[in-house]
Design a protein around this ligand. Structure first.
Ligand code: GLN
Ligand code: MG
Ligand code: MG
Ligand code: MG
Length: 442
């Protein structure tokens, strides 16, 4: 909903709002929040609220740390769990410099720039529908399960049914439409799918979703996590993302006469994502742990190919409603829910647009289970793999012009430095695996 400054002031008054939380993210996608009282609201709407950017991951150094959080009025929402008296609302903010310019370290700005590029190429909407999976555990200090259910199970096994229902109800109160919610493959693993929306709105929604899932879990005395691979021998948690580009209300991915119902635009877009997947991997799979998910056998992609049926492919063109214009879309399966959604959608979009701009050729679909191809077969077919580790992803990212263009120099440099530190910290660990495997025999 479009809300004006006046709408926000009226809604605040009508709902007895006392506190307004101002939200933005750091470059890793951690939600940052500070509260103002309603007395400050008019000022905040006019000139934004100042804050110290030097302690926000990936933002500025102390020499130039004055930042402004400029509320986006269209994101004004009351928290569903807010009391009626002294109610609490929130708004997402764009981060600005004291001069009023967009701040180059703000992930929301990166996504806005990506959308501008799409606009300039004639696409007025980039729709995304992410499927964010997560686990419920008894507490944050272990992986003690809540249930032993599996995919689509609905029995008393599924102790989390009430939790999920409360979460969906809270999301709907926040105007976030839910399409599906169900038990996932892993024990204690769940999924709630949001109805597709424009990428910027959806990135905000994804941030809210993660907060709501965690908040409701905590209210039930359990812990929800978006960690990509918490349990070694079970499925990890993905954030499959369904994508389409629209121009003038028409789905630019749709061609009724094509054998796959895919337009040339869609094919080049998918080709772009396949070709650039390795260098943007650091965005959609940003943690050491992300690469433990991207291994064969757990419905997560490893090999760079596209397909219609097979869920081992990186990009899948779902067959649910073949030939239906609105439903024609490409599902990219590599992102995980710990990604920064702003940067993730921006990088996916840039990769796809690159394919369109340069007219990349889409290879043949691979309908075979890619997990079962041998190394030699993959070589013969020219099928590449995603980076196997964060270290490899860093190497791929370092030389990427596309990533620099997407992130801008500021975030590009800072993200890589953060990731190098993380990788180094991990690399020097002597793990239980090594002690068990080597100590008794070497
Ligand atoms: N959990 C799987 C992943 O890591 C996906 C499983 C599914 O949605 N079918 O991507
Ligand atoms: Mg799903
Ligand atoms: Mg799923
Ligand atoms: Mg899916």
């Amino acid at each position: 909903a479009e809300l004006s400054r006046e709408d926000v002031l009226r809604l605040a008054e009508e709902n007895n709002v006392k506190f307004i939380r101002l939200w933005f993210t750091d470059i890793l996608g951690n939600l940052k929040s500070f509260a103002i009282t309603v007395g400050e609201l008019e000022d905040a709407l006019d000139g934004g609220m100042g804050f110290d950017g030097s302690s926000i991951t990936g933002y500025n150094d102390i020499e130039e740390s004055d930042m402004i959080a400029m509320p986006d009025t269209s994101t004004f929402q009351l928290f569903p769990w807010s009391p009626r008296e002294n109610a609490v609302a929130r708004m997402f903010c764009d981060v600005r410099t004291p001069e009023g310019d967009p701040y180059v370290g703000d992930p929301r700005h990166v996504l806005r720039r990506a959308l501008e590029r799409a606009n300039e190429m004639g696409f007025d909407n980039f729709y995304v529908g992410p499927e964010l999976e997560f686990f419920y555990f008894k507490d944050p200090y272990g992986t003690e399960l809540l249930d032993y259910g599996s995919y689509f199970d609905h029995t008393t096994l599924d102790a989390a049914t009430n939790l999920r229902r409360d979460t969906v109800l809270a999301l709907e109160k926040l105007d976030i439409n839910v399409e599906y919610s169900h038990h996932e493959v892993g024990n204690s693993q769940h999924e709630i799918d949001l109805r597709y929306d424009s990428a910027l709105e959806m990135a905000d929604k994804a941030m809210t979703y993660k907060t709501v899932v965690k908040e409701i879990a905590q209210r039930h005395g359990v812990y929800a996590t978006f960690m990509p691979k918490p349990i070694q021998d079970q499925n990890g948690s993905g954030m499959h993302t369904h994508q389409s580009l629209f121009s003038n209300g028409k789905n630019a991915f749709f061609d009724p006469d094509d054998q796959f119902y895919l337009s040339d635009v869609a094919k080049a877009f998918i080709a772009g994502q396949l070709r650039h997947a390795r260098e943007i991997s650091i965005i959609f799979a940003q943690y050491v742990n992300s690469y433990k998910r991207l291994v064969p056998g757990y419905e997560a992609p490893v090999y760079i190919a596209w397909s219609r049926r097979n869920r081992s492919a990186l990009v899948r063109v779902p067959l649910y409603h073949p030939g239906k214009e609105q439903a024609t879309r490409a599902e990219i399966r590599c992102p995980d829910p710990a990604a920064n959604p702003y940067l993730c959608f921006a990088a996916l979009l840039h990769a796809g647009l690159e394919g369109i701009e340069r007219g990349y050729e889409l290879p043949e679909p691979m309908e075979r289970n890619l997990y079962h191809l041998s190394h030699d077969e993959r070589q013969r077919l020219g099928i590449q793999s995603l980076p196997a580790s964060l270290g490899e992803a860093i190497q791929e990212a370092e030389d990427s012009e596309l990533l620099q263009k997407c992130l801008g120099e500021h975030i590009f440099k800072r993200l890589l430095n953060l990731k190098r530190d993380e990788w180094e910290e991990y690399r020097i660990q002597v793990t239980p695996f090594e002690l068990k495997k080597y100590l008794p025999v070497l």
